[in-house]
Write a protein that binds this ligand. Structure first.
Ligand code: F0G
Length: 415
């Protein structure tokens, strides 16, 4: 066993060789974490002076000979003054993960996950996906020159994401079932056909994703925000960010952990429902529904890690309706010029709800993580914005219409 790096069960703490291709504990079946023996190595490096990016934080990541990268990370952290005013708080930031190379935070996980896949000499990588994971894995596999198989729920992934996976050359299986079924099938297939699984069940992927939290603090001049809000689907991301911050606290780089707040769509909310009942075990949702297809998940595989993140950080979880998601998506676009996909807008909808409930206070420094780009799902955006104005190519016709619009300026901004 490498004393610097190993896999460890989050339940029975059994340790496994870092090179072992397993995704759950062989002894008790619970989830695994990547563990480091010498995180203190980070205390005397000059990494802190480099510009932000996933691999800036390499003292906190597996050390690999070859890194497969598309220049992921380094997403902007926006101070949202207009939206702050509208919602009645003073200090709102948006970490816009849609600015990653394939348009979602998944790229942070895939640069690490696919690099590990390559170092373990895998020939085929695979995942099940509501869309973004498949787009990201397909891109990184192409760069790594590894074959890629993706299982998607047929008819239930946004068009932009499907276009990406196809264009990057993935072998796509559209499963006649939902994401949860696709995930069970890909796990079985990986075992049977010796493919390397790159869903967030793979603990290496979460190592890359934890850098979202690192970048936020770094971009805030090494100050810790009070609250981080993010959507929960398969529950990997909230777990990853929390783990990363625990590691920073362990070696004294930060002295506290922000409240981790997870938002789920009402029809797909096993974790938020458990939290609302004050429970630490989760009852799965058999038939998850929401128009935010990225988080249309009823059996989140990382639920146990997410519950730890929520309770361990004194955070919370809540639900929002599809209507609230669509409204928040427009509000963010029309106040800040940031266009995110519906799942990502759930964070803004959740923030609004939590301010109204008094769960978030006016002076709290809040960071909403918007996980995917708005262009991923153009259909939903167009449907939610309504018709465009059809007009003859004639200046007099245009004048007639514009004169009506000019009487009520800022139409779009009146959301
Ligand atoms: N936001 C977006 C845009 C996503 O694509 C996902 C997950 C999440 C949030 C939820 O993150 O699973 O870590 O809790 N998408 C996965 C996929 C399931 O297949 O692309 P999580």
């Amino acid at each position: 066993m490498d004393p610097d790096l190993w896999l460890e069960c989050i339940n029975c703490h059994e340790k496994f060789d870092a090179k072992k291709m397993i995704y759950t504990c062989e002894k008790c079946g619970h989830l695994l974490d990547v563990k480091y023996g010498n995180l203190e190595r980070a205390l005397d490096g000059d990494w802190k002076n480099k510009p932000v990016s996933v691999w800036k934080y390499s003292p906190f990541l597996p050390q690999l000979k070859e890194v497969i990268s598309l220049n992921e990370g380094k997403t902007n952290l926006y101070h949202c003054f207009n939206l702050s005013d509208k919602l009645g708080i003073n200090n709102l930031l948006v970490k816009n993960e849609g600015e990653n190379p394939t348009g979602s935070f998944k790229d942070r996980g895939m640069t690490v996950g696919v690099s590990v896949a390559k170092s373990l000499e895998n020939k085929i990588v695979a995942c099940a996906s509501t869309g973004n994971t498949s787009a990201s894995l397909a891109a990184y596999a192409a760069k790594a020159r590894i074959n890629c198989v993706v299982f998607i729920p047929s008819g239930k992934i946004a068009l932009g994401k499907l276009a990406q996976a196809m264009m990057y050359g993935a072998f796509i299986l559209a499963i006649k079932g939902n994401f949860d079924e696709a995930l069970e099938l890909v796990q079985e297939s990986c075992e049977k056909f010796h493919m390397y699984l790159l869903n967030s069940l793979n603990p290496y992927r979460l190592e890359g994703q934890k850098t979202i939290g690192y970048e936020i603090i770094d971009q805030l001049g090494w100050q810790v925000p009070d609250t981080i809000i993010l959507p929960i689907g398969n529950a990997g991301n909230i777990s990853a960010i929390y783990k990363g911050l625990l590691e920073w606290r362990e070696i004294g780089l930060i002295d506290r952990i922000p409240r981790m707040i997870g938002i789920q769509a009402e029809g797909s909310a096993p974790i938020a429902n458990a939290y609302k009942r004050g429970e630490k075990t989760v009852t799965f949702v058999e038939k998850p529904e929401t128009l935010a297809t990225a988080i249309r998940i009823g059996k989140p595989v990382n639920w146990e890690k997410a519950i730890r993140a929520i309770y361990g950080s004194e955070g919370l979880a809540d639900t929002v309706s599809d209507a609230e998601i669509l409204e928040a998506q427009k509000t963010l676009a029309r106040t800040e010029g940031i266009f995110v996909e519906p799942a990502s807008a759930s964070t803004i909808a959740g923030l609004k709800k939590l301010i109204e409930k008094g769960e978030i206070e006016r002076d709290e420094r809040v960071v909403c993580v918007t996980t995917g780009h708005g262009l991923k799902d153009p259909d939903t955006a167009i449907k939610s914005c309504g018709e465009t104005i059809q007009v003859e190519a004639d200046i007099n016709e245009i004048e007639k219409i514009l004169s009506k619009i000019i009487e009520k300026p800022m139409v779009a901004h009146a959301v």
